[in-house]
Ligand binder design. Structure first.
Ligand code: GDP
Ligand code: MG
Length: 163
């Protein structure tokens, strides 16, 4: 019955930075069991008194491109199975990539709510470049600076409405 929010996206977009920000003041759940959860981190957070679990996916072992793609596919699939809501993170610094398209095509097959987040929008001057993400064929995205926390509230307000 618990609410689980998974953060997915390719490496370096800022997933762990957001995860750590959401866990501020809260204890991370240390999950050292081998297997499918090895490369994922779980933590507890809350917004306006609503508790939820956050999953930080990643820790990808970027060996060859094939392993990389396979690893992302696995992480996305696990996130879709496990989460009640999904944050799909990209970033304005590197822009829209082929891997982003691939991840999004996997995610949209699920019937879980997907929140599209463009990270590293640290100031108003990154808002215009962020519009390139409409090319994914989406109606809405959230801009965020995980580094400063700006934008976090707008996303969480909407996510907790699903619970
Ligand atoms: P992950 O691989 O998706 O987990 O990404 P990380 O959270 O490890 O962040 C990758 C890099 O991006 C780090 O150097 C972060 O400090 C940086 N970063 C994360 N969020 C932001 C942000 O909102 N703005 C800026 N400018 N850098 C960020
Ligand atoms: Mg990370």
């Amino acid at each position: 019955m618990s609410n689980i929010v998974a953060i997915v996206g390719r490496p370096n977009v800022g997933k762990s930075t957001l995860f750590n920000r959401l866990l501020e003041r809260r204890e991370a759940i240390v999950d050292s069991t081998a297997g499918v959860t090895r490369d994922r981190h779980y933590g507890k957070s809350d917004w306006n008194g609503v508790d939820f679990t956050v999953i930080d996916t990643g820790g990808y072992d970027v060996g060859t491109d094939d392993i990389f793609e396979e690893e992302i596919r696995k992480q996305v699939q696990l996130a879709v199975e496990e989460a009640t809501s999904i944050i799909f993170m990209m970033n304005v610094e590197e822009g829209l990539t082929d891997t982003d398209y691939e991840i999004y095509s996997l995610l949209r097959r699920s019937n879980k709510p997907i929140y599209i987040v463009i990270n590293k929008v640290d100031s108003a001057k990154e808002e215009l470049p962020a519009t390139e993400f409409y090319q994914l064929g989406i109606d809405k995205y959230y801009t965020l600076s995980s580094a400063t926390g700006s934008g976090t509230g707008e996303i969480l307000d909407d996510i907790v409405k699903d619970f």
